[in-house]
Design a protein. Sequence first.
Lengths: 100, 522, 500
Amino acid sequence: MAPLEHYLIVSALLFTIGVMGVIVRRNVIVVVMSIEIMLNAANLAFISFGRFLDSMDGQLIVFFVMAVAAAEAAVGLAIVILIYRNRESTDVDEMNLLKL
Amino acid sequence: MALTDYPLITWMVFLPLLGGFALMLIQDSDEAGGQRVRAAALIFSLITFLISAAIYYGFQADFAGMQFVERGQWIPRFGISYHVGLDGISLPLILLTTFLTPLTILFSWRDIKSRVRFYHMALLFLETGMLGVFVSLDFFLFYVFWEGMLIPMYLIIGVWGGTRRIYAAVKFFLYTMAGSVLMLVAILWLHFEAGTGTFDILVHLSRPIDPALQGWLFAAFALSFAIKVPLFPFHTWLPDAHVEAPTAGSVILAGVLLKMGTYGLMRLAMPLFPTAAREFATIIMVLAVIGIIYGALVAMVQQDIKKLVAYSSVSHLGFVVLGLFSFTLLGATGGVLQMVNHGISTGALFLIVGMIYSRRHTRQIEDFGGIARAMPVFSIFFVITALGSIGLPGLNGFVGEFTILAGTFSRSIPFGVAATSGVVLAAIYMLWMLQRVLFNGEPSRVNSRLPDLNFREWVVLVPLVVLMFWLGLYPKPILGKIEPSAQAWLRQVNRRVLRVESPRKAPLPQAVLSSSLKGLRP
Amino acid sequence: MPVVIPDIALSLAATEIGLVILICAVIVADMFTSMENKSLMGAFSFFGVVVLGFVALSGWGGGVRTTFSGFYVLDNLSVFVKVVILAATGFTILLSLQYAKIERFNHGEYYVMILFAVFGMLVMASGNDLVSFYLGLETMSISSYVLVSFIRHDPLSREAGLKYFLMGAFASGLLLYGIALVYGLTGTTSLLGIAKTLGGANGAAIGADPVMVLALILIVAGFGFKLAFVPFHMWLPDAYTGAPTSITAFMSVAVKMATVAALMRVFFIAFPSVAGKWNLLLWLLAVLSMVWGNFAAIAQTSLKRMLAYSSIAHAGYVLMGVVATSSFVDGKVVFLPLGVSAVLFYLLAYMVTNLGAFGMLILLCREDYRGDNIEDWRGVGRAHPWAGLAFLIFFLSLAGLPPTAGFVGKLFLFGAAIQNEYYWLAVIGILSSAVSAYYYFRVVMVMYMETRAESQPVVEFSKAPSLLAVLVILVVATLFLGIFPGGFIEAARGSIAGFI
């Protein structure tokens, strides 16, 4: 079996990719996807920790997180569609009605 | 039953507040309603004055401690209590407050035409705030009144003031606010860190505070009060506020609000931190002397009478501070007396300027000249008041300034000499102004038609002038009431505190780690 | 092996269970209500919330009780927080009744989403495990995303919803990863379990692990985003400005209350042994929030946006109380009750004040006129003395001037900081609060000292009795908490029983 470090490195890489995606990408859909990647990175960490700690908790938590992620995506995409219908754009840089 | 058994102070302090709320019930939409509002406000302030007179009557002159003390729990968890009382230092200032308020209401009878009810509410709330500051013996209570009085004054300047009223109001507000928040930090330190767990001022006055820490605490308190006085580099809000405020606002501001600074120095900053007060004394005396001379010089070149009077306040209050920091009995007694004197003379001067402004709608000295012919009675009042402000023997200003100078000379001759030059300068700018406004040739056509004082103005000015003569010729009753307290105060500020054991806060409750872990989870 | 049915004391979670029943009832009732009568759903929710408030209150004084295998705790702290949250909810619903019609979002779902958010908050208040916190937080946040973008026909509201959603989801990702790392290091997500491990034999080694530091930073950042501490605040002004005013009010008090309660529980219960690390981070966030929040607010022309920035500063004051709870004696941390009770009292004071301030904005709101710019309040104090006085009292309280709730709250926050010798924190905080007086009083100035321009529409206040009643209650409460705070201070103090 691969040692814990390998899983964690993958998880950390995923997390970093997610964070970078949120920060640098301008398309709302891609940003939402990046957030999902962050959540999945955490999921991977939970599962691998649980496996190596020999406890079920980690895997249980993942179920909760998946449910949360689904709810979040549903609401988030609904808001994105609401805006797209009016604006025909999903670029966050164009969301600038609320500025000082 | 003796007078002291009644909660007179509470009645006196909160009656104006009550009156302010009562005014809400009166409609001021028409002229008759406005008259009713004015009359009601006048009645409330007169009753307040009568209560303070009763306090004066029941005050025991030979007793130096707090009298008419009332005390009750308020927020016991933090040692906050409703604790009020007065002594010979606060008594004259209380009388000054209750005396000036009805006069200002009377004066602004025709002056204030818009939002009459709102104006009188602000004035009455202000009176409660001022009286509260003078009687509070609990820091929490003190601070509530201290800050609470800021809002009505801010509104009085900002709503009914002159052309630059908003600028003046904001400046006044920010200066005072900035000073008082640092005082709050020091108060909190006294409460939480000094280990007393109480906000009671008397308790704190009786406890010595480590001299090593006194410097910071004194600075925090003194800054707040120095802004209010105002001491020399912090005075720039004052001319704006005075000039822009409506006459009644200027009278209250000069007559009472400025005294809060000197009163605070005297009641709190100096006796709480005597060592630091002595260390800072030279610096503060230098600032006071600079204020005396600078204020007088700037007053001399003013074209606007009201501004001249405003700058003369900077000069006069410098005398008070000088007297306090001379650490002599004469200085302290004179300081208290001079606070009252300044309140009366400068209050009267602002009223007089207001009277002439309401006739002529200008305050520029050059617009006048020779109006003594047109308004002889007015001119007599003006001259007497100005002479009282200068400190002519026989009038009130003389007694205060003389005792302060005597106290200062006994401590330091250079300071005494410098301060005396301030008296000379005061004579110059006042008399020169009088000459240019009242005498100097023939009155112009407009000025020659100015009506002399009407009945209401007589009523406003006569009591002030009577007081000026009374305090100038026979100051003994009031001095006799001040002196025992001043002596006690002097003992307090002269006590030497050596090292105090480092203050430790109340024993810490034992800790989270053990208690939260215990027995909750398997 | 016999099957053991776990002993779950459902009665402890009576408030939450009752709330779920209420939510279901409102959803069902909503189906049978015509579009014109949706306000009935608001009234229905309001009465439900009032009842639940009393249910929550009945848990007071019962000591520390846990259920759901330690996921859920009922103690005085959670009761205090829940009652305040439910009170805020009740006020918000009353504020919304008329406003929802004016802004044309009067749907039954509006009240349902508010109740869902409240459910999340209640779970957070009672969370005794990082996972239950996370779930409560997400329930609250996801409902809030919907609420912020609830005025669907308003582009501002939609955009605010999107910004809030992106930042909120990002923050929850950070928080979750932090939780995952803590789980990996300590082998548990239970707060007490984490504290036990960190305080145990290997605790020092785990505490010093850089991964632990990373985990703490992630958790602090997650909370920082949710509570909008500077520099994690950039979403807040936009979200608060675009959201329906009633929701802005609701978020600024209820979300804050729940999240701060959760933050205190997580840091004080789970991580006392590494307090030195997180305390420094929080210190920094507190200072930045107080200073930047207040200075940025000065430049605003929109009153709503100014109040949004001021809420950042207020979050900073609250965080100051959290920071000031820890006292370090000989390298060991000791938590003093004054800090926590000051935080709780301040949040209560802020609840009545800020709801009132936003309520004033709603009061001025009409179909064709939002009235959330400072200019819109020109001369209002002159023409409408009562409304002016009410707003003045709310501003006094926000600026921390006596005799109002905000003054007493700030007094004890600063007192806590001074008691634990955080002098710089107290001085920075108090100076920045003097700055805040400037911009609050700018509105007072506009209200009283300037005259209304000819071009401006005549002031016409809403006459909805529910709105007026709430505002009167809030004004009275603001003054009452400022003059007779004794009982509430005792309650805040009592809520620490079993906590610290």
